[in-house]
Design a protein around this ligand. Sequence first.
Ligand code: AMP
Length: 388
Amino acid sequence: MDAILVVNAGSSSLKFQIFEIIDGKPEGRIRGQLDGIGVRPRLRATSDGRVLVERTYQPAEVADLPTAVGKAREWLASLDGIALRAIGHRVVHGGPDYDRPILIDAMVLDRLVEYQNLAPLHQPNNLAPIRLVMDIDPSIPQVACFDTAFHRGRPETADCYALPRSLYQQGVRRYGFHGLSYEYIAERLAEIAPTKDKVIVAHLGSGASMCALGDGRSVESTMGFTALDGVPMGTRPGQLDPGVVLYLLQKGMSQQAISDLLYRESGLKGLSGISNDVRDLLASTDPGAKFAIDHFIHRCGLNAGLLAAALGGIDGFVFTAGIGENSSAIRALLAEKLAWLGAELDHAANEAGATVVSTATSRIKLLIIPTNEELMIARHTLAIVGNP
Ligand code: AMP
């Protein structure tokens, strides 16, 4: 089969998907991941729920991401009948310049390396597999799809901080992230609810953000220069007075310790002292768990107000990603916070996980739309390299 490989490389896991090209469109066939890199490495891939491979390694055997890419590549190469047309990569940062996916060559790669200092935790991992494929098989086209690109068309007033303008020129901007998810949802919305032109999308997963869509384009979002800003997340705090960071520095905390605190120890995990996983918190009777959920809902409600103001009112609200798609309890709590905007939840539809979860009389439409960032990457990649 003619296929597109989609790669999403993080610090401790490598996710990949094979899409078959059918009638010029990508269709998901194989989904895999190599996780636990350097700790408990495990390669697992499935097709239509059928396990194709499940293999564990010694920590030293797969100690880093490039080795993980090599192992995954070995396994993929052992599959019969796959003619790989191109590889699409999720790349977190496209900097100020890239407002759409791009075919990668040596010059583009150099530019993406420059953006590493804008996303030091993620960008190097995203680029490692690109470099490896370039070395091993330079003939295969590779496409970079950015989390920032979808937000790039916003006016400068929404794109800047009230800092001296020289910092804006240096790249200190409100980039916004989860752009591939929002772009996918915008496309689905056009199919499901074409008249809904002022919509807030809540991408609530282990990383969480919200985006105001006006006519299917990003008008505002809760994330800014990094993926730390906005609503609280599994282990990140969301919006924080920068004075807190100054205070911690003044107290002698190192840059590394502050980074660990903000990326790994805060959010639902830090606040509850129990878990970063909403399922654990909802199941717990510990008051800390309830407090963390209450804070999460409070901040999501406030941010919804901010985005509604950016749009001048809304006529739709979308729940997506791990929490948004799966937790009826969180949807119900958040819908209450949207009551002042005219939201009325249909509780039975919400429990059933229907697409439309608002009542017929609700002033705004509440929707659950599962996101699919990998499919978005596959579509972009195919659009750039052309059909076979
Ligand atoms: P994602 O990053 O989009 O894969 O989302 C992962 C997160 O979704 C997990 O950390 C969980 O907190 C959350 N999640 C997944 N399933 C459920 C569920 N049934 N109820 C509540 N939260 C869930």
